[in-house]
Design a protein around this ligand. Sequence first.
Ligand code: AMP
Length: 279
Amino acid sequence: MLIFAKIAELQAFLSEKKTLGLTIGFIPTMGALHQGHISLIEAGKRGCKLSVCSIFVNPTQFNDKSDLSRYPRTPEKDIELLKKANCDVLFMPTVEEIYPEIEETRFDFGNLDKILEGEHRPGHFKGVAQVVKRLFEIVRPDKAFFGSKDYQQVLIVKALVKQLNAPIEIVPCPILRDADGLAMSSRNTLLNDEERKVASLIPKMMNEAKLIVNTRGINAAKDFIKNQTSLHDLMKLDYYEVCDEHDLKQLNDKESINKAVSLIAVFVGKIRLIDNLKI
Ligand code: AMP
């Protein structure tokens, strides 16, 4: 695996490969890698000739500065995991390399960046769009692979590519879960044993709530999630919504719920976890 920290060196390498006709599959990450990330590398390898992973903890997408300072960083372990997965290229830039100057970027995502994560983490998607645009301009991939764990992010990135008119295919990949159902996340490593146990209730609640949506409706499911989360001192619900799976418009009991997804954000202790489930 080749590791680059400098944009110019990465681009020189990639442009040579592009002239040979190799397709580039890009997997942007913030490191502290787990099998969920590795499944994206594998999808990238299946879909393209050359897999390029980036590790960059993007400060502009953190609305909560303590979340940024405690974000886990495990570069040596990440490199080992990527080598094992036969990733071809790793790009690990510094903040100065990515943002030599603060560039004000404006996008129009309509309502999509104002609801759910956008509402609860102000400025988050502006930061995501900024870094994804920058990374796409640097790597210029044929395809980019994103996890459906960050469901709203996939829709934002698809909308971004459309606005930029960039010839990049966005490939959503399934959520990888631990044996007890908890969606894998870099933030899970920040949970203590008790918090980790409580966190494993999240997917169970989501599954039960899905059954309730289909039998007693969305409001009953919301009440169920509110109740369940309030039973545990360590849990604090940020939101649980049932939305149209294409535009994340919030659904209610009067609408047909053919193509819906339920999305949750919940604090376990100080750690904010998200998950989603198609209904
Ligand atoms: P992050 O490092 O958290 O920014 O995530 C980098 C990429 O990995 C994003 O596209 C995430 O959606 C994806 N990802 C994170 N967790 C998982 C998971 N459990 N399963 C699949 N993809 C994931």
